[in-house]
Design a protein around this ligand. Structure first.
Ligand SMILES: [Ca+2]
Ligand SMILES: [Ca+2]
Ligand SMILES: [Ca+2]
Length: 422
């Protein structure tokens, strides 16, 4: 009777299945139960707590979509420090042999897809390795003093942040250029220096000790003060809309705010344990090292139908997520996604004053039935009146309308000229 667009729904279901497969939680309950991530978000723990001997240093996405991480160990036992990978299906595995001692910041070269790993050396002399599975080669020996972050640029280079003295080195496959920035204060409190880059190539630099986010546009120097709104900023990430996501200290815990290009600040999460790294994945979701675990922030989906609660018209019904005509019946059960929802029923052009109720099982209004009847061509008026009578009897029998209402509807049908000869 009311044909539905089946193709649209099949497509939606496929998408739902894919999202559900990617969105499941690997290691139990979300951090958000205790922390103040907004109700629309919760946290999947992808790699569990390793302390006291080891901790995650950095995360980066490999060209194949795997999330790669560095683990640094304080035991100094052979192979206790390592690189690991998390496949999109959640499987954890080791990334590289031979072992690398004390890996820190991590990225992937724009030119070869190898992992760029900065390894903490003795006496303020860190080394950059290029790592592919089974192989680690020294790329720049003792190139930086204290490794703080790596940021891949859009021109086939990557930036390395270094705090003693404050300098940023831009590294290409065959050359490196160092930008000294003596104006940024030095000191042991400043070691948390993070880099991020937006789509225009602007480089952002967070310095914990000065509570400042700087930015470098076009030429690397001079830098500008971009924001002083965050106390002890610890991690930066830029989303697809060039918003800068900033984790910072708030009392004993951490917050994450969103700093938009127009300067607007939107609080996003509060009460989190240490947020030391943030990174957007190829899926557009935010990943991070939070509370010494590697996590992914996923939008809350209470009924697991793949549609987040804040977009789901039926957040507790896994079979429904949209209600195109707003009649309270989800599109999947609704036999007419575009119901006629006028307040009172019109029969034969006359307003009957009868409330136009909706059948909650199939999503059809009384007016939907009348419209369907009146869409036919009748060879005489009696056939039309008879069709309305069948419908009215059904409604009366089902207790949807009263006998008085039935009489009014039949009266309006009888007085109309539908089916009358010209
Ligand atoms: Ca739902
Ligand atoms: Ca509906
Ligand atoms: Ca409907």
């Amino acid at each position: 009777m009311f044909a539905k667009n089946r193709n649209k729904k099949v497509g939606r279901r496929l998408r739902v299945v894919l999202v559900v497969l990617l969105g499941f939680s690997l290691f139990g309950p979300a951090i958000s139960a205790e922390a103040g991530v907004s109700e629309e978000w919760e946290v999947d723990i992808l790699a569990p707590y390793l302390l006291p001997d080891k901790n995650y240093s950095d995360i980066a996405f490999a060209p194949n979509g795997d999330l790669v991480y560095t683990v640094s160990s304080s035991t100094r036992q052979p192979c206790d420090s390592f690189l690991g990978r998390i496949a999109p299906n959640g499987t954890l595995s080791k990334f590289a042999t031979p072992c690398i001692d004390h890996p820190g910041s991590l990225a992937f070269t724009p030119w070869s897809g190898d992992a760029v790993v900065m390894v903490e050396g003795a006496g303020y002399c860190d080394t950059i390795y290029l790592v592919s599975p089974g192989q680690a080669t020294v790329f720049l020996n003792c190139s930086v003093v204290v490794n703080s972050d790596i940021q891949v640029a859009h021109d086939g280079s990557f930036f390395v942040g270094d705090l003693y003295p404050c300098r940023i080195t831009q590294i290409y496959e065959n050359k490196q250029v160092t930008y000294m920035d003596p104006a940024i204060p030095r000191g042991p409190d400043h070691e948390m220096l993070r880099l991020a880059m937006d789509s225009a190539g602007t480089l952002y630099l967070a310095v914990r000790g000065t509570n400042t986010i700087y930015r470098y546009t076009n030429a690397m120097l001079p830098r500008e003060v971009y924001s002083t709104d965050f106390y002890r900023p610890h991690a930066l990430a830029v989303d697809a809309d060039d918003n800068l996501w900033v984790s910072y200290v708030s009392g004993p815990t951490f917050n994450i705010d969103i700093l938009s290009p127009d300067g607007t600040i939107t609080p996003w999460a509060s009460g989190l344990p240490d947020v030391t790294r943030l990174e957007f994945g190829p899926d557009g979701l935010l990943y991070g090292i939070v509370g010494y675990e590697i996590v992914r922030f996923v939008r809350t989906d209470s009924d697991s139908d793949g549609v987040p609660d804040d977009e789901d018209a039926f957040p507790d019904d896994p079979d429904e997520w949209a209600d195109a005509d707003g009649d309270g019946v989800g599109d999947n059960a609704d036999q007419n996604d575009n119901s006629d929802l006028r307040a009172t029923v019109v029969v034969g052009g006359s307003d009957t004053g009868v409330p136009n109720q909706v059948d909650a099982l199939v999503g059809l209004s009384i007016q939907d039935y009348i419209n369907e009847i009146e869409a036919y061509e009748y060879s005489n008026h009696g056939l039309y009146v008879s069709a309305v009578a069948h419908c009215v009897e059904d409604l009366l029998y089902a207790g949807v309308i009263t006998e008085d209402e039935a009489d009014i509807m039949m009266s309006c049908a009888a007085q109309s000229d539908i089916g009358e000869k010209e």
